[in-house]
Ligand binder design. Structure first.
Ligand code: ACM
Length: 267
């Protein structure tokens, strides 16, 4: 299957413009799975809940339904970040839209980064995998800063993920060193759709550093974007190849685990 990451610079607080961009690219890009960055529907750098509230969106809203229509009519899995309003809470969420709507769902970011703690509620979905059998793919999702916690990718891989999609708004560089490790240690593909551009709010500027990538399950970068420019990257991946966790005749990276030796990490 062909997977794509869309690196672009969302317009801050301009939902209509970002919607048009996501809608059009979802239609045009020839891939079975298309991943857009974190909060790509709204922009990122909100400082207070009051500032963000007018831009929050219900997962059942018309705007999501219209992208669902693209997913269904063109048989594409589409992921994009949006500020989700749900039962009085606000989550930094990723819409995961499958061609068969009953599979569509949201992942709510678990680990909040920097000033996000003043704006969002901590995600409550946990890490989960969708077994989308019509495309023979087990898809797991995490968002941006979740990468810093190896437990996130591990939890997804242990639930059977073949591919981990990671919509992002990364402002550091070190993640590029860590993502290949997440791929290797779990034998999964990893797709990071990062954004570019800058946002300034309250006198502070964030610079988003691109370098979106699609990593092979042995850790090599199979498609990558530059640091500053908008770019669509596409790669051919083979999800079923990730399922055999043997790395040689004797060693299986899942059954060789000895959780009783690392109980500390779940406290
Ligand atoms: C991040 O979690 N947006 C770095």
């Amino acid at each position: 299957m062909r997977v794509a990451a869309i690196q672009f610079s969302p317009f801050f607080k301009e939902i209509d413009k970002n919607f048009d961009y996501i809608y059009n690219k979802s239609k045009e890009v020839e891939a079975d799975l298309i991943c857009f960055p974190e909060l790509s529907l709204s922009g990122y750098f909100f400082l207070t809940r009051e500032e963000l509230l007018p831009f929050t969106i219900d997962f059942r809203s018309e705007i999501i339904a219209r992208i669902q229509e693209i997913s269904t009519s063109l048989n594409k899995i589409i992921l994009f970040g949006f500020p989700e309003k749900s039962n009085g809470k606000i989550f930094n969420s990723c819409a995961i839209l499958f061609p068969e709507k009953k599979f569509s769902c949201v992942y709510r970011k678990t680990h909040l980064f920097y000033r996000e703690r003043f704006v969002f509620d901590p995600g409550d979905t946990g890490f989960f995998v969708v077994d989308f059998s019509p495309m023979n793919i087990n898809l797991g999702t995490m968002i941006c800063y979740d990468w810093r916690f190896p437990e996130a990718a591990r939890a997804l891989a242990l639930q059977g993920a073949d591919i981990i999609a990671c919509p992002s708004n990364l402002v550091t560089q070190v993640w590029h060193l860590a993502i290949p490790a997440r791929a290797i240690e779990n034998k999964v593909y990893v797709i990071v759709a990062n954004r570019v551009g800058t946002e300034t709010n309250g006198g502070e500027t964030l610079i988003f550093n691109g370098k979106s990538g699609i990593w092979h399950y042995y850790g090599s970068l199979i498609a990558g974007a530059a640091e500053e420019t908008e770019k669509i990257i596409i790669a051919e991946v083979f999800p079923e190849e990730t399922r055999d966790k043997y790395i040689d005749k004797f060693n299986n990276i899942f059954t060789d685990r000895r959780p009783e030796m690392y109980r500390q990490i779940i406290i």
